[in-house]
Design a protein around this ligand. Structure first.
Ligand SMILES: Cc1ncc(COP(=O)(O)O)c(C=O)c1O
Length: 299
């Protein structure tokens, strides 16, 4: 877990555990990736350039010749490429700061499953015609999260996504399907996948200001809701923003919607819990009202 250092005591405790810039630190193992300069037009505004392929660092994929024989040299070369890559990962992980997620995991026990083409295609609650799946695990994880969030077993639906982005795309899509002319409201500190969803689904989108903490500013939300009262509202509420870890006040968001005259059938809320959706129930009670549709992304 990487997070802010709170006191001298914490710094001391950390420095005892982590040896900073130890002898085995190899700065050359950390490859810097130069970013392309932004393209600007005559007026100095940034321009979107499509199809520009900027190569910085890449490994060439070589096709075997038809008469190629697999030799020990190739095996050794592959092993060296992977070893170098592993070294880069070790170095980068050691000095990785900035995202508040857990770095203390070991998937070693799952190594024995790498030889199977496992695919949980489709709805986990509908029997699949593809037999090589892990649905009992998938549904078990969903039930566990439902229990954690105090949702009745029969009161939820969900599936395990490959990432937080997919969770946001799915949650917002459900909102758009329920309220096709709804406007998407999201704070300016929401993850970029939320705004990407608006573009992908061609939804109108209102970016809402944030407080200094990074939480959604409900006064600004109120103004924007009132200006667009004729259309339903689809809200992205953050349970942990990417940079500040800010948690939007869900109760205040719902109160603001109600005070602006949005009845429960004219708004939909998606919570992006990619960062804190897992830990929030242990920290603070967040009420989930059953008459309101709420989708949740948890990473
Ligand atoms: C708040 C938030 N939502 C969504 C995402 C997207 O997650 P992923 O990178 O797994 O697609 C992130 C990633 O950092 C995030 O911080």
């Amino acid at each position: 877990m990487v997070g802010p250092l709170e006191s001298d005591h914490t710094i001391l405790a950390m420095s005892e555990k982590i040896e900073i810039l130890s002898d085995d630190f190899d700065p050359t193992a950390v490859v810097t990736e130069p970013l392309p300069s932004p393209v600007t037009n005559g007026g100095g505004e940034r321009e979107m350039v499509l199809g520009r392929n900027v190569h910085t660092t890449s490994l060439a994929v070589t096709e075997p010749e038809s008469n190629d024989e697999f030799t020990g040299d190739k095996e050794a070369y592959m092993a060296s490429v992977l070893a170098r890559y592993r070294k880069t990962l070790v170095e980068r992980t050691k000095y990785h700061l900035g995202y508040p997620y857990n770095l203390d995991f070991d998937y070693g026990a799952l190594g024995q499953l790498q030889h199977f083409s496992i695919n949980n295609l489709g709805d986990p609650f509908i029997e699949s015609n593809y037999g090589v799946h892990s649905r009992p695990f998938e549904v078990g994880v969903l039930d566990w999260f439902a229990r954690l969030w105090e949702i009745e077993r029969d009161d939820y639906w969900g599936y395990i996504t490959n990432c937080g982005t997919e969770g946001n795309l799915h949650g917002i899509l459900v909102g758009r399907e329920m309220l096709p002319d709804g406007i998407l409201y999201a704070s300016s500190e929401s993850h970029y996948s939320v705004f990407k969803a608006a573009r992908m689904y061609r939804m109108e989108c209102e970016k809402v200001d944030t407080l200094i903490s990074g939480e959604i500013d409900c006064d600004d939300l109120r103004g924007k809701l009132l200006a667009n009262k004729v259309k339903p509202a689809i809200l992205n509420v953050n349970i942990g923003t990417t940079v500040k870890g800010a948690v939007d006040d869900l109760d205040l968001v719902i109160k603001t919607l109600e005070e602006c005259g949005f009845s429960h059938d004219r708004f939909y809320i998606h919570c992006d819990g990619a960062l804190f959706g897992l830990m929030m129930p242990f920290v603070k009670r967040v009420s989930v009202q059953s008459s309101i549709v709420i989708t949740l992304t948890v990473l």
